[in-house]
Design a protein around this ligand. Structure first.
Ligand code: PAF
Length: 278
């Protein structure tokens, strides 16, 4: 595995094979392994898989967990090697961002709802860093998980609107055995919070079951979802919303391509999850 620690070395890479990128912020876990596997399958026998690890300061709101975000460098490096990654790109912050930077990439429609309402500037940070990674590594394709459904939708929109010549590949959410969606932030949870966090999946399944049984009212589904979550004493709901999976706008009546999305705090840890309704 080749490790690239500067933007300059990554840019000077001679590319004569298809390259598939898995952008990450490190603290790699089994969901990342699945992203890497899908990237490998997509790259084909002659292609290469690159993983970027960069905890992007621009996408953390002031006062959030940027400083304490886990950075297990050695474990991540071993993880990538074991997963058969060809290139690991791990630039320092000072190499990615000039002190006097003044150019950003901002998607202005899909970013204004759900996560965008709670995390001001988050998606501007995501779009800016993803655009930079795309420019630096020039991959043919990039892989994103559906747990961050809104991020995936926004990256697709950015790629379309700005004519990046890059395929975006979506990977279904990977879960722990008890249903909790894999996330680097799960490790912040204490034992009791971790136990109660399984309520998220239960609530999503409840919503999906109601829709499957013919319930059409978004308000009734969302209210049942909220009630389910509220049974967990440590849960504090940020949002639970039923939206159109294309526009991400709230809907009142369930229709094909509806998405139930939620964000819930357990202590200081904010978790997100979603499900497509049948
Ligand atoms: O999903 C993530 O880990 C990050 O938002 C990403 C896409 C790597 C950009 O920093």
């Amino acid at each position: 595995m080749e490790i690239l620690t500067t933007v300059a070395t990554a840019r000077s890479l001679v590319k004569n094979k298809p390259l598939v990128l898995v952008p990450t912020m490190g603290a790699l876990h089994k969901a990342h392994l699945q992203l890497i596997r899908i990237a490998r399958a997509h790259a084909g026998p002659d292609g290469e898989v690159a993983v970027s690890i960069f905890v992007n300061p621009l996408q953390f709101e002031p006062g959030s967990d940027y400083q304490r975000y886990p950075r297990p460098e050695k474990a991540d490096e071993d993880f990538c090697r074991d997963a058969g990654v060809d290139l690991l790109f791990r630039p320092p912050v000072g190499d990615m961002y000039f002190d006097d930077r003044s150019t950003f990439v901002e998607e202005t429609s899909l970013s204004s709802v759900l996560e965008g309402k709670s995390r001001l500037g988050h998606f501007r940070g995501v779009c800016t860093v993803v655009a930079k990674l795309f420019n630096i590594l020039a991959p043919d394709a990039a892989v994103f998980g559906e747990k961050d459904f809104q991020q995936l939708a926004i990256v697709r929109r950015m790629v379309r609107d700005l004519n990046f010549n890059i395929d975006i590949i979506a990977v279904p959410t990977i879960r722990e055995d008890d249903g909790l969606a894999c996330s680097s932030r799960n490790q912040y949870l204490n034992v009791e919070e971790r136990k109660q966090a399984t309520v998220l999946r239960k609530a999503l399944m409840k919503g999906a079951a109601m829709a499957g049984d013919g319930e059409k009212s978004a308000a009734r589904i969302v209210s049942a979802v909220r009630e389910t979550i509220e049974q967990a004493a440590l849960a504090r709901i940020d949002y639970a919303d039923l939206v159109d999976a294309e526009s991400l706008q709230s809907i009142e009546v369930v229709r094909p391509n509806s998405l139930l999305a939620l964000a819930v705090f357990f202590g200081k840890t904010r978790l997100i999850d979603n499900i497509r309704l049948p």
